[in-house]
Design a protein around this ligand. Structure first.
Ligand code: SAM
Length: 351
């Protein structure tokens, strides 16, 4: 039996808050492993508790909005389907071990620490990419890193990463309602396919081409998305897309631009413009930038200190809105939630 809407709204919010609490508890265990690895750990100061309170208020607002979007039918409740608990808790000890290794790498400021498996891929990759982003083991270049990535990101963002990814969906649904029948989408830098899943659930009939530079992440995306049809997988770079001009109706990415040098971001936007059909949309979800921070500036400053993110500071200083305009896009709409913002732009007709 269909639950009454007000209750469904509250139940989904309750579920998301409980999920967030679970990831927050997992986050709280990591300083123990940092201490074991380095002999040090960072204890929150009183003013940091105020910052945390502010961050958790933002997190609550994001999860509330996410529940309302489900309630309004913008995307289905199946976006919240959890993985099996056994799967989750089998992975958790590996996350703790990686937390230990990551802390050691962070203490040494060592961001080019590659296993033989990762080294196999290095020759074919651009220099800016050959690093352990976040100090994570293997960078984006091992099967193990791809196995742990989604869970690690959810721990980092207290279980709000998926809801941040979904910020783009209401924006695009407002201009492209329906099931996606006859449409071809491109997801750039799809990683393990987390946002691809949500886009596919919101647009079950769309064809989606999934692109990433990382072979192991692309393989993981293929495994994660095997229940869906009309998805294909291409290894390639955002700044030199292997597709013909005017191929796609919608091109989008999530958490890509903060990891690119400025000139590569500009090239990636020019490439997205080229492969979009006239009148097609570009969607971006990424970190808040300086002009959007509104009291969260401390988080924007702390993130590249705690995690290896060499291009993040420059990213926060160059508004995506300006880069989009320079690339020829017209901006349609934007939204924000917790530490992320979503932007929707359009390639003008007759361009
Ligand atoms: C922070 S992860 C985000 C992954 C995914 N979009 C998500 O929401 O979790 C960044 C991803 O961008 C990919 N990437 C980085 N630079 C790229 C480039 N120039 N072209 C294509 N993919 C790139 C990485 O391999 C990685 O999968």
């Amino acid at each position: 039996m269909e639950l009454k809407l007000p209750y469904r709204d509250k139940i989904t919010l309750g579920f998301s808050l409980a999920r967030s609490a679970g990831y927050t508890l997992e986050q709280l265990t990591l300083p123990v492993f940092e201490f074991l690895a380095t002999g040090q750990t960072r204890r929150p100061q009183t003013q940091e508790l105020d910052k945390l309170r502010q961050a958790y208020r933002e997190l609550y607002q994001l999860l509330k909005k996410d529940s309302e979007n489900i309630d309004k039918g913008i995307y289905p409740i199946s976006v919240l389907k959890p993985e099996k608990l056994t799967q989750h808790f089998r992975r958790y000890p590996r996350i703790l071990l990686d937390g230990y290794q990551l802390s050691k790498r962070r203490q040494r400021r060592e961001a080019q620490d590659f296993s033989p498996e990762a080294e196999e891929y290095l020759a074919d990759l651009p220099t800016y990419y050959k690093r352990n982003f976040h100090y994570q083991s293997g960078g984006y270049l091992t099967k193990s890193s791809a196995d742990l990535y989604d869970h690690q990101v959810e721990i980092l963002f207290s279980g709000a990463a998926d809801a941040m990814r979904r910020l783009i969906l209401p924006l695009v649904k407002a201009v492209r309602p329906g099931t996606g029948e006859g449409l071809h989408f491109l997801e750039v830098a799809a990683g393990t396919g987390r946002l691809t899943r949500f886009v596919k659930l919101a647009y079950p009939k769309a064809k989606i081409t999934v692109l990433d530079l990382s072979y192991p992440y692309l393989k993981k995306a293929q495994e994660n998305l095997r229940e869906f049809d009309r998805i294909d997988f291409v290894q390639g770079a955002a700044e030199s897309l292997p597709f013909q001009d005017k191929t796609f109706n919608f091109v989008y990415s999530c958490f890509l631009f903060h990891e690119l040098p400025l000139e590569i971001s500009q090239q990636a936007l020019a490439e997205s413009f080229r492969v979009l059909k006239e009148g097609g949309q570009l969607g971006i979800v990424d970190s808040l930038q300086k002009q959007d921070a509104h009291g969260l500036e401390w988080a924007l400053e702390q993130f590249p200190v705690d995690f290896h993110e060499p291009f993040y500071k420059s990213f926060t200083q160059h508004p995506l809105e300006d880069l989009l305009a320079e690339a020829g896009f017209t901006q349609l709409n934007k939204d924000r939630g917790f530490f992320a913002k979503a932007l929707l732009a359009q390639r003008p007709i007759s361009s």
